[in-house]
Design a protein around this ligand. Structure first.
Ligand code: GTR
Length: 334
């Protein structure tokens, strides 16, 4: 495992080097003839989000007759998600696929995605994302100089750890659970009864292995692809949050294109959602099979009410703070 400090230095150096290549060819002012962009992805090449990024890149290159080239950098090659969000603002990364929880540090209203048990089901979640509520959230990304292009599925997040299986919130007492930077999940985890440590994704495996933390929370595909199940072998499907993945582009990059090409970028991104959702559904099934084969304890709950009750006050507070979001979530129930 690379150390955090080393990773950061590598990231900065890489960003600086890549930054030199920023000036795309093309005429002075206005739309450029051709552009080459970088797309940052934290997951490995065979993960559903990465495959959707690749699909987006290939389709865009084809349909723009080569005017738009997107190079996908998987495996956090351009840095951890939080660092990439900063690099986007500095102009050294053009496109980014990130999890909505991370965005909260840059656009406060995006913390709303972390409200626990906001969505009743996958159907409700997608109804929201594909409706006016979802579009309004994408529009809010202008606050960080970005254009929201599309959502990808990320299922529901659940808690995993080593030690005895967790059947009720009380069982979480004394466990230290890693959460993503920028989100309200630390508070959610604390209300559930555990302690919480904020940490970059790439540091989680070694931190569980060395006992710095006891576990983390995520969806099944991430739990499997990171191999966290090797060091934290029980997961409880308490599903405290449904947090989408988002594909975004910096406004500066978008402004390099003609109106038509901007529309093409939007269209192809939207279409890539369909692709990603298909891949996602397959991946969830495969992940489950991998976990069962590995002997991981998957604790299914008859209902999540004990967990929901534990976070009810917090949910009430944040629902008031993000009332507009929660109204749109409510409206998406039909
Ligand atoms: C995953 C998400 C990643 C990353 C990760 C994390 O579900 O796809 O982008 O945010 O969670 O927990 O850091």
């Amino acid at each position: 495992m690379r150390s955090a400090a080393l990773r950061r230095i590598t990231t900065v150096a890489m960003a600086a080097t890549l930054g030199l290549g920023l000036a795309a060819c093309g005429g002075a002012g206005g739309a450029q003839d051709t552009v080459t962009w970088r797309l940052a992805e934290t997951h490995p090449g065979d993960y559903p989000t990465t495959k959707a990024d690749e699909w987006f890149a290939e389709e865009l290159e084809k349909r723009s007759d080569g005017r738009i080239t997107v190079d996908v950098y998987p495996d956090a090659q351009l840095g951890e998600e939080r660092d990439v969000l900063e690099q986007m603002q500095l102009g050294s990364v053009e496109l980014n696929r990130t999890n909505a929880n991370l965005v909260g540090e840059f656009v406060d209203s995006w913390k709303a995605f972390g409200v626990p048990y906001a969505f009743e089901s996958e159907e409700h979640f997608w109804n929201f994302l594909e409706g006016d509520g979802g579009q309004a959230k994408l529009d809010e990304l202008s606050e960080m100089g970005a254009v929201g292009l599309a959502y990808y599925d990320s299922g529901a997040r659940s808690i995993y750890s080593n030690g005895q299986p967790v059947e009720e919130p009380e069982d979480l007492a004394g466990r230290n659970i890693r959460v993503q930077p920028g989100s309200i999940t630390a508070e959610v985890v604390r209300e559930l009864g555990a302690s919480a440590t904020t940490m970059d994704f790439g540091e989680v495996y070694s931190s569980i292995e060395t006992g710095v933390i006891d576990g983390a929370e995520n969806n099944l595909p991430s739990y499997v692809s990171t191999r966290h199940y090797e060091v934290a072998d029980n997961i409880t499907l308490n599903e405290h949050q449904r947090v989408p993945e988002v594909l975004m582009i910096s406004q500066t990059a978008m402004d390099q294109l003609s109106e038509e090409d901007q529309q093409l970028v939007r269209d192809v991104a939207r279409e890539s959602t369909e692709k990603q959702r298909e891949l996602w559904a397959e991946e969830v099934e495969q992940s489950r099979a991998t976990l069962e084969e590995a002997g991981v304890t998957i604790t299914e709950l008859d209902d999540t009410s004990a967990f929901e009750e534990a976070v009810a006050d917090l949910k009430g507070r944040y629902s008031e703070q993000y009332a507009e979001f929660m109204d749109a979530v409510e409206a998406a129930k039909q």
